[in-house]
Design a protein around this ligand. Structure first.
Ligand code: NAG
Ligand code: NAG
Length: 425
């Protein structure tokens, strides 16, 4: 590639961002408000969402070397750390990662109704620390026309996909064109999680809740036995390793005199509301520490069928978020004096939209200590979406998802039955 172009990068907290193409800063500010009118057509957004007040900018000229740009697309419906890991791997194959988010219409045509809207899926993908740019409303299959747009307009060098075959309805390879021209690279599929699996977990947890209500006369031991059974029938296949955590981690502590902000929660079914509240929390200090509650704490406060994702899965989703600096894997329910001292926390925040409201349910206030110290702040939640509301959408579309899931679950079972060892990470 001989195309040299001058680029003016920005440094923000030591990270380079490239506000090129469509005057990224202006567009991203618009995206902050997430006005849906932007998503009618295909648009390009430079990331992250920066506002002029969100950090100190230093302008710096970069060397003229052309940077390798890679493209990966997906539906990113019910985003999970498997998606995040795929994009992390894609990023290692280039310098800049451009991600195409498939349009609602194309998902409906190819797979059935998406759980999350385009706006929510964009917010999720844009919130990932490995993503540099997002193309909204990408097509489901890469046509020759779209491929040429990627190469010529978006200056993409390589198209990336996982090693699981992606076939078009007519049985042909969706990436054949890119392979033909030698602009295709492959990454290893992330094992142990899929959107199908998550939908299955939600549907089975709902089924159990209804079952328990019907048999309200059964003994407590009977109910808990049932709950255990249902949990084991949808046990996650994910095997958490220390290496994966390191790959997702920033591996960096707070700098000297850093103002440390703490936010805690379940962060179950990581969604657009989580991204937004983490972003707002991060802006209140220099270092954002996130406490992810243990599975037991979440079950105690939300009911036996929660969390949908277990502690390690939830921690990885939080770690993948660009606004997060560090995670406590298994944080206590109450923000204790010890937690505050251990991490030198300056401010404890909590969103106004939350799954549980302790003053409402009459439980002890987990924020009593930071409140008494005068370091607690309630943060206006930018979105009303919650884990429960995401789960409810799936339940509302119950039949469509059961059908879609049965089909996908079958092909996934086949994959796991025939699975062989593949090296790579
Ligand atoms: C603890 O945090 C405060 C900011 O809130 C900072 O001024 C102080 O230097 C920090 N302490 C250490 C030892 O880093
Ligand atoms: C909890 O509920 C109370 C009473 O309904 C309300 O005043 C308060 O703002 C709520 N707090 C949060 C964090 O939602």
């Amino acid at each position: 590639m001989a195309i040299d172009y001058e680029t003016h990068g920005w440094i923000w907290d030591g990270v380079y961002y490239y506000p090129h193409l469509f005057g990224g800063l202006m567009l991203t500010a618009a995206l902050l408000g997430l006005s849906t009118s932007y998503f009618g057509g295909m648009g390009v957004f430079s990331l992250p969402y920066l506002r002029s007040d969100s950090g100190i900018f230093h302008k710096k000229k970069l060397e003229k070397k052309r940077r390798v740009r890679v493209y990966m697309d997906g539906c990113f419906d019910l985003m999970h750390y498997g998606h995040a890991n795929a994009l992390r791997q894609a990023k290692t194959l280039g310098d800049e990662l451009v991600v195409g988010v498939v349009s609602d219409e194309e998902i409906i045509a190819n797979k059935g109704p998406p759980v999350l809207s385009m706006e929510e899926r964009l917010a999720l993908v844009s919130g990932l620390k490995w993503v540099d740019e997002v193309i909204a409303n990408a097509p489901y299959a890469i046509t020759e026309q779209f491929m040429n747009r990627l190469f010529n307009e978006h200056k993409i060098d390589y198209i990336i996909h996982g090693d699981d075959p992606c076939l078009l309805p007519d049985g042909t390879d969706a990436y054949a064109l890119a392979k033909q021209v030698g602009r295709y690279k492959q990454i290893k599929r992330t094992e142990g999680v899929s959107s199908t699996d998550i939908v299955g977990r939600i549907l089975s947890s709902v089924k159990d809740t209804q079952g328990n209500e019907d048999n309200s006369g059964t003994s407590l031991s009977g109910d808990s036995h049932k709950a255990i059974q249902s949990k084991s029938s949808h046990v996650s296949q994910f095997l958490p390793t220390s290496r994966r955590i390191v790959q997702f981690s920033n591996c960096k502590g707070p700098g000297p005199n850093a103002r440390i902000v703490y936010i805690d929660g379940a962060f179950d079914l990581f969604h657009a509301g989580h991204v937004e509240i983490l972003k707002n929390a991060r802006q209140l200090g220099d270092f954002l520490l996130v406490g992810v509650h243990t599975d037991q704490v979440v079950s105690e406060h939300r009911g036996n069928h929660y969390p949908i994702m277990h502690l390690h899965e939830r921690s990885l989703s939080v770690l993948a978020c660009r606004y997060v600096d560090e995670v406590i894997i298994g944080a206590p329910w109450e923000v204790t004096k010890d937690v505050i001292t251990t991490f030198n926390i300056s401010l404890v925040v909590h969103g106004t939209v939350a799954e549980t409201n302790s003053s409402f349910t009459g439980e002890t206030d987990p924020y009593a200590i930071p409140k008494s110290m005068g370091i607690f702040r309630l943060l206006e939640s930018p979105k009303s979406i919650t884990t429960t509301s995401v789960a409810q959408r799936i339940v509302a579309n119950h039949e469509a998802y059961v059908k879609r899931n049965a089909k996908k679950a079958e092909s996934e079972k086949k994959y796991y039955d025939q699975k062989t060892f593949v090296s790579g990470d």
